[in-house]
Design a protein around this ligand. Structure first.
Ligand code: HEC
Ligand code: HEC
Ligand code: HEC
Ligand code: HEC
Ligand code: HEC
Ligand code: HEC
Length: 502
């Protein structure tokens, strides 16, 4: 302002702060415009461009834009102090200069508004994408991201399970998401990430949008091949019928695995550990409204004096805790590779050696790959030098498969493997169903929570190829390793089995 001529109306915007704000705004606006076009035309969203385009640049643009009025207000305050200011500017639409300014302002504001809406929409889309969930937090989420791509849910978006529909959960997830981004940047997350996830959205609002519990009925067949850790990698086959039914009475009797989920049945439980592996107290309220409480007789608790802790209503995730991030046990993964021929079952002791190589201690994926190759090579070199020569190609292919199994199921950087996240379906390698159905959970009246081998499934076929016994009505389980004999009648499978060689 010219102090000699207080009537000359310089714009308040003529100050350094506003000018710098203006210049920066133009720069950031151009950057956003440029990157947006790049993003629209390129096929896949690049997470880093995404972060710059939809988070960082808009944040800086907003700050720069704020600088403009801040500078002007300061300027005005300064001029007020010197008494050289009218309270409001006079706008006269007959004045061509005022006209020009008004239209420019309206135009720019509209453009900016439209652009902001577009930007907000894109950033919403972007934070919902698999790219954002899996790749941005690259190292942290790598285990889940990898397992997800190998799962039956590979085409279901992360947010369909982790957030689900509805504005309230969206906002909630963005708040906890913001905290998660912060903890990733500050390296405050735990390795492995702790589960069960505390505020996972209830299954009714996620899983049940696609899987309708009333539709569970009948049984599904499961045909599994196992291999013993002997020289011949002896094969063992089990064909079972799993009673997955139980959705509604309309489709059958009151029985079946999903019977828990019959919306009229309510199962409640209290776990005494964070992981929900130890469940001494279980209550069921049946459709007639009758209650039964089953308590682990060795726990010291009773129906009247339950353990301290949260009473949870059982839902899908209490069994299906790994629907999308199932880290296979080394035994299961090697059995499967042997059964489809990706590992050559003619190689002596390959089952035992492959599992042994997989469970070695490795600090990184790279170290593991080298370690696995080294350990298998060393074994055949010293024990079976002839095999090493004659079956060179098939050994190389088998070793590659073992390395591939490692990369899909072991993540040493995050300390993730099947050990960190045991699966609750079944009872061979972890308690799973036997957290409750272990023959020890009883009512005061002495009713036992069923542990009958034929209540959840029947075995229709079992045995070695060539000597398979079968009975569609159900066979008594026979243990594949003859030395174990009938020990399984006294002990739980998971007392001996843990996913490694027992
Ligand atoms: C089919 C549903 C589903 C989908 C799809 C899904 N998740 Fe999960 N996720 C779960 C469940 C269930 C848990 C385990 C909750 C528990 O044990 O408390 C989980 C757990 C996690 C965990 C905690 C660590 C762990 O392994 O338990 C992370 C991290 C995670 N998910 C990330 C992702 C990412 C990233 C995606 C997409 C690439 C994704 N999830 C897709 C259902 C899903
Ligand atoms: C957006 C839809 C969607 C949601 C949400 C969803 N699923 Fe699925 N689910 C699918 C599809 C599709 C399949 C694959 C069906 C197939 O392969 O036949 C599937 C398959 C499955 C299977 C069978 C897996 C197998 O090995 O055959 C299970 C178990 C399952 N889902 C459980 C869950 C659970 C638990 C949740 C909630 C955490 C969930 N789903 C959420 C769509 C969904
Ligand atoms: C009591 C434990 C338990 C609960 C609770 C449970 N499931 Fe299951 N579910 C199983 C078992 C066991 C199987 C069969 C084994 C398998 O497929 O891995 C199964 C199979 C399935 C399948 C595949 C069925 C098929 O025909 O192949 C789907 C889909 C599924 N469950 C979804 C759900 C959903 C959704 C919920 C929640 C409404 C749920 N389950 C609750 C134990 C449970
Ligand atoms: C949190 C404890 C708990 C867990 C874990 C659990 N169940 Fe159950 N289950 C119950 C209760 C309680 C009942 C009802 C018993 C009754 O009728 O009084 C039941 C009943 C059943 C029934 C019906 C039995 C009948 O009366 O015919 C089947 C089948 C079943 N469960 C299968 C499973 C399978 C398979 C798993 C593992 C994937 C599993 N359950 C895990 C608590 C549990
Ligand atoms: C509460 C229900 C329940 C009871 C009781 C039960 N099972 Fe199972 N069993 C399951 C489920 C669920 C699976 C896992 C199916 C899968 O892997 O998808 C399973 C798996 C198995 C398998 C295949 C092993 C594997 O994981 O590859 C065998 C063998 C088996 N059970 C034998 C038995 C025997 C023997 C008994 C009696 C001591 C028994 N089961 C009692 C629910 C039950
Ligand atoms: C007393 C310990 C013990 C008990 C209890 C036991 N097993 Fe085993 N099991 C072994 C041993 C030892 C082997 C041979 C080494 C190996 O393969 O892990 C074996 C091998 C197996 C195999 C073939 C190898 C493989 O791929 O895993 C299967 C399948 C199996 N057991 C299933 C079961 C089931 C299901 C139960 C529970 C009903 C059970 N076992 C209970 C000790 C036991």
């Amino acid at each position: 302002m010219d102090p000699n001529n207080p009537n000359k109306k310089d714009s308040y915007f003529q100050n350094w702060i506003s000018v710098i704000g203006g210049i920066l705004s133009v720069i950031f606006f151009t950057v956003i415009l440029f990157l947006s076009f790049l993003d629209i035309w390129s096929k896949e969203i690049n997470p880093y461009i995404g972060i710059i385009t939809y988070f960082l640049a808009p944040a800086f643009l907003t700050l720069s834009l704020i600088l403009i009025p801040v500078g002007a207000l300061r300027e005005r305050a300064a001029r007020l102090k010197h008494g050289t200011v009218r309270r409001f500017p006079a706008i006269d639409f007959n004045n061509p200069t005022h006209q020009k300014w008004a239209f420019t302002t309206i135009g720019v504001t509209t453009l900016f508004g439209l652009f902001t809406v577009f930007g907000l929409f894109r950033s919403y889309e972007f934070t919902e994408s698999q790219t954002f969930c899996g790749r941005v937090c690259h190292e942290v989420m790598k285990p889940e991201f990898t397992a997800y791509h190998n799962s039956p849910h590979a085409r279901v978006k992360c947010v369909e399970c982790h957030i689900g529909p509805g504005a309230a959960w969206y906002v909630r997830s963005k708040f906890s998401g913001a905290y998660q981004v912060y903890s990733v940047v500050m390296k405050k997350y735990s390795k492995p990430i702790e589960t069960p996830i505390k505020h996972l959205r209830p299954a009714q609002e996620t899983c049940e949008r696609c899987h309708w519990p009333q539709q569970f009925f009948g049984a599904v067949e499961q045909d599994k091949q196992y291999f013993l850790p002997d020289e011949a990698n002896t094969e063992w086959r089990t064909r079972m019928l799993l009673f997955v039914g139980g959705g509604t009475r309309k489709f059958g009797k009151k029985e079946g695995i999903h019977w828990h989920m019959n919306i009229k049945n309510k199962v409640y439980y209290i776990a005494t550990d964070e992981e929900r592996h130890v469940i001494p107290w279980v209550k069921i309220i049946d459709p007639e409204g009758k209650e039964r409480v089953y308590v682990d007789e060795e726990s010291g608790f009773s129906a009247a004096s339950p353990p301290p802790g949260e009473i949870r209503r059982m839902d899908c995730m209490d069994c299906h805790n790994r629907p999308s991030h199932n880290f296979r046990t080394p035994v299961d993964a090697v059995n499967e590779a042997l059964s489809v021929g990706e590992i050559d079952r003619e190689l002596p002791y390959i089952k035992r050696e492959a599992v042994k190589a997989l469970v070695g201690e490795y600090a990184s994926e790279k170290e593991a790959a080298a370690g696995i190759r080294e350990s298998l090579k060393a074994f055949y070199e010293s024990e079976y030098p002839a095999v090493l020569k004659e079956k060179k190609d098939s050994l190389a292919r088998s070793v590659n498969t073992v390395v591939k199994i490692y990369k899909s199921n072991f993540f040493p950087e995050m300390k993730v493997s099947w050990k960190a996240y045991p699966e609750n379906i079944g009872h061979k390698d972890a308690p799973g169903c036997f957290r409750c159905h272990d023959n020890k959970h009883k009512t005061a009246g002495g009713e036992i929570l069923t542990n009958d081998c034929n209540s959840c499934h029947i075995i229709m076929e079992q045995g070695k190829p060539g000597a398979i016994e079968s009975n569609t009505g159900g066979l008594e389980f026979k243990h594949p390793d003859e030395d174990v004999g009938e020990a399984w009648k006294e002990m739980n499978c998971f007392d001996c089995h843990s996913g490694e060689i027992a």
